[in-house]
Design a protein around this ligand. Sequence first.
Ligand code: KIV
Length: 275
Amino acid sequence: MKNTVITFREAKQKGEKLTMLTAYDYSTAKLMDEAGINSILVGDSLGNVILGLEDTISVTMEDMIHHGAAVARGAKNALVIIDMPFMSYQSGVYDAVINAGRLMKEGRAGAVKLEGGAEVCPQIQAITAAGIPVVAHLGLTPQSVNAFGGFRVQGRSEAAAKKLMEDARAVEAAGAFALVLECVPARLAELVTGQLQIPTIGIGAGNVCDGQVLVYQDMLGMFSEFTPKFVKRFADVGEVMKEAFRAYCREVRSGAFPAEEHEYGMADGVLEKLY
Ligand code: KIV
């Protein structure tokens, strides 16, 4: 069944957990869709795991549209959410609406996600008023890594926890239909989840959130440069891939591949006519 904003609302009401993973291409999105995932996030984490950048700051609208459209073609039932990249919405409401619109029209998103609290509420209001569903994102918001002074857990002090609570209420009031909570203490995430009508989707925020999201390369063991504490490896696909690549190299070098069954035949006598 097609997942929509209504699926999110009803899941919260019924106490059913929502599933979300990131994806950046058609084939992966199709596999996730076939596995029954509720939602696929085309995260700007593609800067790290697809483009090999050290953060998400340089990711562009064109990157998000290009990968978002590929994911949308593979996702029949999952709700596709595309991240708004750095500086596509922070500069003001006008830019935010135009760029969210491009992610919908060109990227074929079902919703967009943006980072921040009270300071981006005018943008959330304007985007939702344009008929575009918005997911908010609080806690460790990677586009603000330079302001945070590095990737670290957020909301640990009383002041920071209070601010996060206020921001969560503000983005809900502004019209966000879900809230991603990244790298915050589990007890704070529980408090936020209990106070909001909209579902919270946790990543490094404990298991009381209404749903969970992970970067798929992390949960499949395909990205080994940095593995945060909150990641669980559900399979070691990276090792399986490396072993297959090694076997391919061995067989090509030895001449074992391609074998006869991989060849195309030709009618007898055709080649003789060429001489
Ligand atoms: O960009 C991303 O992948 C994200 C998730 C980590 C929530 O925003």
